[in-house]
Design a protein around this ligand. Sequence first.
Ligand code: AMP
Length: 420
Amino acid sequence: MIQLIRGVKDILPSEVELWKHIEETAMMLFESFGFRQIRVPILEKTELFQRSIGEHTDIVEKEMYTFPSSKGELITLRPEATASVVRAYIQQRMYAKDPIHKLYTIGPMFRKERPQKGRYRQFYQVNAEVFGIDAPYIDAQLIYMLTVFFHRLHITGLEVHLNSLGCPACRPAFKQALSEMLTAESEALCSDCLRRKDTNPLRVLDCKVPGCQAVVKNAPAITDYLCDDCARHFDTVKAALDQMAVPYVMAPRLVRGLDYYTRTAFEIQTAELGAQNAVAGGGRYDNLVAALGGPSQPAIGFAIGLDRLVDLALTKTSVSELPPDIFIAAMGDAAQKKAFEWSCELGREGIKTEIDFSNRSLKALMKRANRMSAGYVLMVGDQELKEGRVVLRNMRTKEQTEIGISGILSGILSILTPNT
Ligand code: AMP
């Protein structure tokens, strides 16, 4: 028997109801905030991720699923969606008519991480990206929108962790100070961080190795190094969050795992998922569009991790499986032939119909209809066919109605949807 590969999972029909509920909640909310959906491919040139996420990040160094195309060009299963959305914004010249675009996308991402609860090799994200707006109000509005999203899903106990990562003008001074501090503590660092402290010291702030985390506790705070423009931007983000009564925690060591962030960076964390505590994260990436060959346009975005959200929501949201509207209990070959036709037509009308072709007794069929919590059972056998009418039983009230076979579809529809 062939099994799943490590780090991936099946999402069974009983769970999909919740996934759909979460996705639809996101879509409706984001669209009311002016976002439109974009669908981008899962495969991209490896170079896109190397240039956007950064060469010295865990993702690019060791987590990408990369393989050569038939032409020998390296392609990668996307580890995140922002790079692809930025590529589309540039390649499709979306900025030409109006640089401002608010886009969201939903789909699977792939990272070769060590699998554990809440961390998968194929996982799902909802991403939202805003291009062309540098006003700090949009940063606050994205965070506000996220809090509304979680509220709609009845997920509580979340914290917004907030930081500013500065810009190319002020970050070098911080990097220098951090690098010097890390060099002084280098005996305590893991082998990866020993290398990173020179190549990309910000990544050390992100390291999960306990020794490195202890060192990082005494690291300088990037917010102490912000230039005037970045400090002003950050102050307005905070004031706008206060204005909308969104609580947040200052997180001066929050850097996130991707290199392209500038200024605002944030994460939504929960205390309920153990080590994998981030359910969403994002930030500003004002230089990425230009770095990938596009016009100089500011941008900001976030990603919600759906797998972790489903784990959280399982305990809080009750989304039950939708039972069939009608269960057709058809007994005998002639009745089944007719019932087949009715079930096709009812399905076309949007009536959720279940039909049993097993030719079992009415008692067995009623038992199954009960188990499925069907709203109605339509009973048809040779006798009913001969008499030209069937019986529709309301499973809740036990009321039975006879319907003539000649007008069966409209008869059923008028009982099921009396007001339409
Ligand atoms: P990132 O793209 O790394 O900023 O992650 C954004 C969100 O995606 C995180 O807050 C997680 O909820 C989720 N996420 C990231 N990596 C994984 C993974 N390997 N498995 C499950 N969820 C993930």
